[in-house]
Design a protein around this ligand. Structure first.
Ligand SMILES: [Zn+2]
Length: 267
């Protein structure tokens, strides 16, 4: 996702106080394939077009959810540009629905990698956690955590809304994965699993304000039972597993690899 387009962080105090509670399981899902038309997504000159990959995952997600009995609304189902305001208007016309926006990440540094999930409304936190947990557990990518950010499609939606970044297309490993239809199917299945398994949403008390969030408390770890375990395993076994399988394939010797430090955020 090209964050520059979505960066208008408005300071909307009191917004959380208005957040309504919603049923634990929305049976209508608005699926939003990021970008489209002349907006390819990503950074200029990016080899893998983000808009195609988001659409493909979104269409696969639609099929899976429909087979599960969900009603699915697509903000786009073909390669067309849809303004962000139209996307949120579509979402807001389905009260009681949930909104899931699908993106892939990009960064100038090719080493940047991992999956991250965003939400803004407090009643979206449980959906974000559930989707994130499932996508990360089904992918060989690093876990970059869940963040609370006021991206347009999250801030302007009146229903629980989540934006998932399914890996970096600018990273050689994750870019290669994204080119695989099997892998995109797996991503769609894991997102669907996260939607299905969403626990009852937690709505913040009326006293909550966005001030604490905007002052740097926006990086939220999934409070789930398996998450800390998962983070540990993602550091040790995920990358190790990947390196092992890479060596196996290439017949590379066990020469120690230079460690690269992961930056907290590439956005
Ligand atoms: Zn994007």
């Amino acid at each position: 996702m090209n964050f520059c387009r979505l960066l208008p962080f408005a300071f909307v105090t009191g917004f959380l106080a208005l957040a309504p509670s919603v049923p634990a399981q929305s049976r209508t899902i608005v699926v939003d394939a990021g970008h489209g038309g002349y907006d390819r997504g990503g950074v200029p000159g990016q080899r893998i077009s983000e808009k195609d990959k988001t659409l493909d995952v979104a269409l696969r997600l639609r099929r899976i959810l429909q087979a599960d009995g969900y009603r699915v609304i697509m903000t786009r189902d073909r390669d067309v540009f849809i303004p962000l305001g139209t996307r949120t208007a579509i979402a807001n016309s389905y009260r009681g629905a949930s909104f899931v926006s699908i993106h892939f990440n990009c960064a100038p540094r090719v080493g940047a990698n991992g999956i991250e999930t965003y939400y803004y409304r407090s009643d979206s936190a449980s959906l974000a956690a559930s989707i994130h947990r499932n996508v990360v557990s089904g992918a060989p990518s690093e876990n970059r955590g869940i963040r609370r950010r006021g991206f347009y499609v999250l801030r302007r939606t009146a229903i629980p809304s989540v934006l998932v970044e399914c890996g970096f297309l600018t990273n050689p490993t994750e870019g290669r994965l994204a080119l695989s239809g099997d892998y995109r199917q797996k991503l769609a299945e894991q997102i669907a699993r996260g939607i299905r398994r969403q626990p009852a949403p937690y709505v913040r008390p009326l006293t909550a304000s966005l001030r604490s969030v905007s002052l740097g408390n926006d990086f939220v770890r999934v409070p789930a039972e398996s998450f800390s375990r998962h983070r540990r395993s993602s550091r040790s076994s995920k990358s190790a597993r990947y390196q092992r399988s890479k060596k196996k394939k290439s017949g590379e010797s066990s020469r120690p690899r230079k460690k690269t430090r992961k930056k907290k955020s590439e956005d």
